[in-house]
Design a protein around this ligand. Sequence first.
Ligand SMILES: [Zn+2]
Length: 140
Amino acid sequence: MLNHKIKADYSSDIEQFLQNGGEIKSAENTNKAEFNYFDADTVAKNTEKPNSHQNHVLRTRAEKHGLKSYTPVASCKSCQTSERSVRSNICLECDRRRFRLKTGLNESKLVQAGEYLLSKNTEFLFTSGGKKYILKVEMA
Ligand SMILES: [Zn+2]
């Protein structure tokens, strides 16, 4: 029997996060996310080390305020966004991306996307890891 249940695009950690009242906001690459202020050296160090002391302080503070997510010192190195779960300390956007990768992309969705681009005779620009990419359809 076919299983038509649509899988959520997040892991059980984030499932828990949501059940506890957490919210997933869609990531926007505005390049002007507001981070907690620290000097440039600290920010650079924190980019390398997501579990740094400073982040621990921010995470603990958010937890005391009953918040479900917090903004770390530096943006995530791989997705450039800033929100992490207080409970698991997982970057929300990365968790979703990892989970999507793990569950795989449905091929029919790719075909749909291709047909959409073809019918509109257009291209799709997107940003990943701080770099811009273009998705376009070419005749084989
Ligand atoms: Zn991330």
